[in-house]
Structures are given as structure tokens and as C-alpha cells.
Design a binder for this molecule. Structure first.
Ligand SMILES: [Ca+2]
Ligand SMILES: [Ca+2]
Length: 265
């Protein structure tokens, strides 16, 4: 499943002020219609949309395109950083530790992510979790709009929104240094591929629930989304679905926090 490709060295060193605990932006807070404001999290108003290969350019596991509906939820505006991980776990497993505190944590397995969430929730009293595939795709596509990549449908603009193989220099980069999508979410496309809540179901779209689908009830693999610093544009498409063993660790695999609206209080 892996695409090992290279590109010329590139450098990005812009420090990121919003890493860690950052307030949702004012516009998003206004759009949240009075929902609780949660630091660093974007409120995503729920709705229904057509999930899957809407441009008819994807892989068989992205079909059939079908309607799903998701409830309101929150999604972190950026990937979990090395600083956020280290604060909770007291170690930094990242392959690109030299990239710095503001870079996404990687080389963490799905199982490692569950331990991080368990400790984070014990510390905060919240119920952070991974997003579902349906939530993640809905948010990446600006609440279900027809979007190929987070922020643009035009491949010539992809470098403005994403760290991917063409501009990454084969490394991660500080989070939130590219443009966000319309919801204010950064690096939904690229930087690190993001673990999902869902068990992997290659043909799950054939049998998916309409409301708040959460993947198959059984199975060993776990899904991930968004592609990474080493993805070509095609594999960084929002609709592309990845599958890996929950114990798999790689330098292009990280996570992003989600929180149910009802759990935000
Ligand atoms: Ca990402
Ligand atoms: Ca795929």
C-alpha cells in the first residue's frame, strides 16, 4: 500500500503560535450557534452528504457513493503535535523529532493513540476520541461539499494547502503552516496520515449505516485518512481510504482529536 517517493529538499520553519491550546476562531465560534467552545477544537455542525468517490476517480473501496449523516461534533484544528503527545506520554516516538514540538507526532500506532486518549481524558475529564471516517470526510470537505483535497479542487493549488510529496522534502512540517480549509482545519490533506476510529472495512460502503456510521463491528485493521508528506496528490485525495494494522507505526502516521458535541461540556 505504500508509495515511497522522493522530492527535492524543502525547508519550512515558520513557528506556529496556535499549537497546543488555541481558541476556536471567532467566525467559527459564531457559526457554532452557542455550542460550547472547546479550546483548539473547531465546531462542525452536523449534516448529511454523499460520502465516497464523488468524482469517479477513486478506488473500489470508495464506492458506492452513498448518503451518510453525522451529528454535530468537534474536530481539532490541527494534528496532535509532538508537544501535546509528550506532555501526556512523557516520550516522543517521532521519526522526525528534530522537526520540533510544533510538528505532528508520528510513528504512533492506533493502539498507542488509544493509550494517549485514555490518559488525556483522565487528565482533562473530557471524552476525546478519534474521528470516524464519515466525520473526517465531512469536515475535510467543508461540511460535505464536493472537494478533492482539503481547501482546493485544483491540483495546481494543492501546495498552498498541504504538505505532500511535491513540497515536503520527505519530512513532516510544523502544523498549521499551510492554509486551512473553509472550516479552519489545517493539514487535513497531507503532513501526517490520520488514524480513524473505524475498524477497516474494505467493502463497508456497500453496507454502511446512514446515520453516524462507525465502521464494521469486527475486523483487525483500522482506517486512516488524508495522506501524508510522502503522498502523491492522487493518494492524498480526501476520499482515499487507507488500512493498517492497529500496531503499525510509521513516520507518516499520526492522529487528530475529535469530541462529540454532547461530550464537550
Ligand atoms: Ca493530516
Ligand atoms: Ca485507498
Amino acid at each position: 500500500m505504500l508509495l515511497a517517493l522522493v522530492c527535492a529538499a524543502c525547508v519550512d520553519v515558520r513557528p506556529e503560535a496556535t499549537v497546543g491550546i488555541a481558541a476556536p476562531n471567532t467566525a467559527e465560534r459564531a457559526r457554532s450557534g452557542g455550542a460550547a467552545s472547546v479550546a483548539g477544537m473547531i465546531f462542525v455542525s452536523g449534516g448529511c452528504y454523499q460520502i465516497g468517490d464523488i468524482f469517479d476517480e477513486g478506488e473500489p473501496d470508495e464506492r458506492p457513493v452513498h448518503e451518510v449523516c453525522v451529528d454535530d461534533f468537534y474536530l481539532a484544528e490541527h494534528e496532535v503535535t509532538q508537544r501535546q503527545w509528550t506532555e501526556i506520554m512523557r516520550d516522543n516516538p517521532s521519526q522526525f523529532a528534530d522537526c520540533g514540538d510544533d510538528c505532528p507526532v508520528e510513528r504512533v500506532s492506533w493502539d498507542d493513540a488509544q493509550e494517549y486518549l485514555r490518559r488525556l481524558n483522565r487528565k482533562t475529564g473530557r471524552n476525546y476520541r478519534l474521528p470516524t471516517e464519515a466525520e473526517w470526510e465531512y469536515a475535510a470537505r467543508d461540511r460535505g461539499r464536493a472537494m478533492r483535497w482539503a481547501g482546493t479542487n485544483d491540483e495546481s493549488e494543492l501546495g498552498d494547502f498541504a504538505w505532500y510529496v511535491v513540497n515536503s522534502g520527505n519530512t513532516t512540517h510544523p502544523v498549521s503552516t499551510k492554509k486551512p480549509n473553509r472550516l479552519g482545519l489545517y493539514d487535513m490533506t497531507g503532513n501526517v496520515n490520520e488514524w480513524m476510529w473505524d475498524r477497516w472495512g474494505k467493502w463497508y460502503y456497500r453496507v454502511s449505516l446512514r446515520d453516524n456510521p462507525r465502521g464494521p463491528a469486527t475486523g483487525n485493521g483500522r482506517a486512516s485518512r488524508g495522506g501524508s508528506w510522502w503522498s502523491v496528490a492522487r493518494f492524498a485525495r480526501i476520499g482515499n481510504r487507507y488500512a493498517d494494522d492497529p500496531s503499525y507505526r510509521a513516520g507518516n502516521h499520526g492522529l487528530r482529536l475529535a469530541l462529540g458535541a454532547l461530550e464537550a461540556k
